[in-house]
Design a protein around this ligand. Structure first.
Ligand code: GLN
Length: 479
């Protein structure tokens, strides 16, 4: 179903590396060449780290240990990789090279992963189509149709995961749907974990109370393996959970007989493309044939208020997070002229893109004295109500299923005609689970153009995503 020649699972690849059937250095060189070729046409990478990748490959060839020995991994630009330029897709961070790895990256490296590059994204994650790239960056093109978007904000990660004909996974990030949306538009698997399950240390924050790091992969089983490696408490992130986690890979291929699935009425109504509804319903039917029980439910509050609550919380938090990018500490700096305010304004005006400026203004307004109670704090109360609405459903069900996006990947030209509000509205299906911190998985059930189905589970119930996701994978002939 992923439409690629590369049918090898990560576990099979690693076995071949350990048995010396695959030469890691040769494979890495080939992968880098292929990435460069793809990149010149599709723009998935902000940086390809050839020298570093080959050096890492040589070390692994000598000592091939770990669950990811020799596996090529790309990393969304907003996640820190030691000594590699990390810009979150923004001109303002030009030249910033972190002196440390994000915890998730460190955990992948410890298992033998090879970091091949930093992937394209909407500037700081601000977007749903990856068209809001920072000044000087190129918009990534959909691997199935170059006139269409990849989806955002983790568009580069999804694009290369889909386009690559080699074993590869990507580390991505979601605040309000940035893993699920591009996974849906590019036809791959995107897994967003429960908020707090994966350490955010080393992530350039968009909105701290919403950000999650998660994997993108060609199969549910590969995504489960990556999750298994990156989860777990981290003393460097005070919001990271202590909860014991599961051996997620053991749920791939497990039977789903008797699992209860809630189908959300509102997610198949007005504004949802008919073809998208049809394909998702077909997949639901496939799950029923395998013994799942499907029932209709309603999430009225979530559908009415999650978008506004999300955009208030996200922009409020983003506007404070971005205050530190002022030409003094990280990335770009200029000639110190005039007073500090004049200097900061000049640097920020010249180096932030339009959407980043819009969000800073929106967020600053929502947090201003006199408005804070009416907007930001109200939105956080609405979030609590939304969580309660979901919890009621999860008292009776193992998962909730909806389409991921209301439409297939739109044409790049069409997105240019959308107002900011119309842009934000395309997130109607993904903001709910994100604002509630619920784990969710998007995978492809389309045939011509990709169509994403989204499975949402209760907090820390990622195993249900793996069980149902791998049942869909097998029903659709995936690996
Ligand atoms: N589209 C959403 C936004 O623009 C989500 C982005 C994200 O998850 N980083 O905020």
């Amino acid at each position: 179903m992923n439409g690629k020649d590369c049918d090898m699972k990560i576990s099979e690849f690693v076995k071949k590396v350990k048995e010396k059937e695959i030469d890691v250095v040769e494979n890495t060189k080939k992968v880098i060449e292929e990435c460069k070729k793809i990149n010149s046409e599709f723009h998935y990478f902000n940086v390809i780290c050839e020298k570093e990748a080959i050096a890492q490959a040589k070390e692994i060839a000598e000592n091939p240990k770990g669950r990811l020995a020799g596996v090529p991994v790309s990393v969304k630009d907003c996640i820190c990789v030691k000594n590699i330029e990390t810009r979150a897709g923004s001109k303002i961070l030009s030249g910033y090279k972190p002196t440390f790895d994000a915890t998730a990256v460190e955990r992948l490296k410890e298992e033998g992963a090879i970091i091949i590059g930093k992937t394209s994204q909407d500037e700081f994650g601000f977007g749903s189509f990856n068209t809001n790239v920072g000044l000087g960056f190129k918009v990534p093109l959909n691997p199935h149709d170059k006139n269409r978007v990849c989806g955002g904000s983790s568009g580069g990660s999804a694009g290369i995961t889909s386009k690559s004909d080699f074993v590869h996974i990507s580390l991505a990030e979601s605040t309000g749907g940035s893993i699920a949306a591009p996974a849906a538009f590019c036809g791959i698997v995107g897994l967003t974990p429960t908020y707090g399950l994966v350490s955010r240390y080393g992530l350039l924050d968009y909105a701290n109370s919403l950000d999650k790091i998660g994997p993108m992969a060609k199969s549910v089983e590969d995504a489960a393996l990556i999750l298994e490696i990156i989860v777990g408490h981290d003393e460097k992130d005070s919001t990271s959970l202590y909860e014991p986690f599961e051996k997620y890979t053991s749920y791939a291929g497990k039977e789903i007989k008797g699992m209860k699935i809630a189908v959300v009425k509102e997610a198949f109504g007005q504004g949802i493309d008919a073809e998208v509804s049809k394909k998702v319903k077909e997949a639901l039917h496939a799950l029923e044939t395998k013994g799942a029980i499907v029932e209709e439910v309603s999430l009225p509050l979530t559908f009415k208020y999650s978008l506004s609550a999300y955009y208030l919380i996200a922009t409020s938090e983003a506007s404070t997070n971005l205050a530190k990018y002022c030409g003094m500490r990280y990335g770009i700096s200029g000639k110190l002229e005039g007073n500090f305010n004049e200097y900061f304004s000049k640097i920020r005006s010249e180096n932030f893109g339009t959407e980043a400026k819009r969000r800073i203004m929106l967020g600053t307004f929502a947090r201003m004295a006199g408005y804070r109670d009416a907007y930001y704090l109200k939105a956080t109360q609405v979030r609590t109500k939304i969580i309660e609405e979901y919890k009621k459903i999860f008292a009776d069900f193992d998962a909730i299923i909806t389409p991921t996006m209301p439409m297939v990947a739109p044409k790049i030209d069409e997105t240019k005609k959308l107002t900011p509000l119309q842009n934000y509205m395309s997130d109607i299906l993904t903001v709910g689970p994100n604002i509630a911190g619920l784990p969710h998985l998007s995978m492809n059930v389309g045939d011509k153009l990709p169509i994403g189905i989204m499975i949402v589970a209760d907090h820390l119930m990622e195993k249900n995503l793996i069980r149902l996701g791998s049942a869909i994978d097998s029903a659709y002939g995936g690996k």
